[in-house]
Design a protein around this ligand. Structure first.
Ligand SMILES: C[S@@+](CC[C@H](N)C(=O)[O-])C[C@H]1O[C@@H](n2cnc3c(N)ncnc32)[C@H](O)[C@@H]1O
Ligand code: SF4
Length: 430
């Protein structure tokens, strides 16, 4: 692949650990303390039009042993209601602080949002959306487990204008899936895509993980070659993240050695080459979209946005996260809700819900806008570069020289290699 990253030694030299710049600064720099309600109220009162809402629904039926999300395994849907009601209570408290919030997107993440019973899903969506101001271009997004397709739930989602779905696939190879306790057939993914389309979803992506035990170049090549046959607009590749606290469960539930850096590299480049050859365009951080996708159109029109829930087709001024461990990005303030399910369930008052927070400075706001603009447009904007020198008080010449020398940018545009190493490009400005 011309100009893409194909050489492991270069990857090893240039790759960097750290966050994926969906917000700035990374959570490792936030404070592990709560916040005065004044600070939260002030930030919430500045949310107006184009506010996105994220709801964390942690429930899953069965544990996939690789999972790094904040989840709660429940064998049935009985017992979900107190949590749903707590989310509604949290939302009502926020609306009391600022009744003027206008919602442009609702993203249901998890866990497995489509594991909720249809009664709970209807109750949640009705209670959250019925009395709030909704933008004319409002749409809903759901993180979707393809093993749990239910027509009644799809009907409810359609009623509330859910048009975007991100399907968790991980792999198509049965040996890989069985080892991580995720029995799933390719036919189930196919059925999920067909049904989502039938219920008017026009933006569907498939998510895969590379670095899972038993994946080989041949098996992952086969998986991605099957994936590109699906009528979807995007394919997302995540490197397996192994958190220390997961290791016990992973080993107990399957064969789970930690992959070498070179394994990640070869699996990624194998998949990337198939995707690029089949007309998918790399937006960075392993997100590939087709030219006729809503996100590609948004990119061409300069409207692409990105936050912790991924690439978006319209701008958000703020993101409010509801539920256990949910992250909010409010004007000048990042915060994260209680991460322990029981603590979230019993909190009283918005100030008690906050577990970690970060008050943004002018420099943080600038760096967040700067990196977001670079990621969403795929190029370095001259005005932004000029402002960078003023705000950060650092010359951009040496940074641009380094990026050009390493073939990460050309004429201020990210090269394919720059897209492969987008974290490195962003970090060179920090
Ligand atoms: C909330 S789940 C998606 C919806 C649903 N629960 C499912 O699994 O189909 C979010 C996604 O995060 C990714 N993920 C979870 N744990 C991960 C890990 N340890 N490393 C990399 N990606 C991970 C998976 O691709 C998964 O599909
Ligand atoms: S990958 Fe999805 S279904 Fe599996 S445990 Fe994690 S959130 Fe649940």
């Amino acid at each position: 692949m011309t100009n893409s990253l194909n050489d492991f030694a270069t990857f090893k030299r240039l790759t960097r650990a750290g966050s994926r710049f969906s917000y700035y600064p990374p959570i490792s720099e936030w404070n592990d303390v709560g916040l005065e309600s004044n600070a939260i109220n002030t930030a919430l009162s500045k949310c107006g039009k184009n506010t996105a809402l994220y709801i964390h629904l942690p429930f899953c039926e069965q544990l996939c042993s690789f999972c790094g999300c904040n989840i709660k395994i429940t064998p049935s849907t009985e017992g979900h209601l107190p949590y749903i009601d707590k989310i509604i209570e949290e939302w009502n408290e926020i609306r009391e602080i600022n009744p003027e919030i206008e919602i442009s997107e609702l993203h249901l993440g998890g866990g497995t949002p489509n594991f909720l019973s249809s009664e709970n899903l209807q109750h949640l969506l009705y209670s959250i959306l019925s009395e709030v101001k909704i933008s004319t271009d409002f749409y809903g997004t759901i993180e979707f487990d393809p093993r749990l397709v239910d027509e009644e739930k799809l009907r409810i989602l359609k009623e509330y204008n859910f048009t975007k779905a991100i399907i968790g696939v991980q792999d198509f190879e049965e040996k890989v899936l069985i080892n991580v306790n995720r029995p799933q057939k390719i036919e189930q993914v196919s059925y999920a895509v067909d049904m989502l389309k039938k219920f008017s979803f026009d933006d569907i992506s498939l998510e895969f993980i590379y670095g899972l035990p038993y994946q080989t170049i041949e098996s992952f090549n086969w998986t991605i070659t099957r994936a590109v046959e699906f009528p979807v607009s995007g394919i997302i590749l995540y490197p397996l993240a192994v958190a220390p606290w997961q290791k016990g469960t992973q080993s107990a539930m399957g064969h789970f050695p930690e992959p070498e850096l070179e394994t990640y590299f070869t699996l990624y480049t194998t998949a990337r080459d198939i995707l690029v050859e089949r007309g998918f365009l790399h937006f960075g951080f392993g997100h590939f979209f087709k030219e006729n996708s809503p996100l590609f159109k948004a990119k061409i029109q300069g409207e692409l946005h990105r936050n912790i829930t991924g690439f978006k087709r319209n701008q958000n001024n703020a993101l409010i996260g509801l539920g256990v461990s949910a992250i909010s990005h409010l004007p000048n303030l990042h915060l994260q809700n209680q991460r322990v399910f029981e603590k979230y369930l019993h909190y009283q008052g918005v100030d008690k819900i906050c577990e970690r927070s970060y008050q943004m400075t002018e420099i943080d706001n600038f760096l967040q806008d700067f990196t977001r603009n670079l990621i969403c447009t795929g190029e370095l904007n001259l005005d932004f570069l000029e402002q960078y020198e003023e705000v950060i008080e650092r010359p951009t010449g040496p940074i641009l020289e380094f990026l050009g020398h390493e073939n990460l940018i050309k004429e201020l545009k990210l090269t394919p290699m720059g897209m492969d190493l987008l974290k490195t490009v962003c970090l060179s400005f920090i």
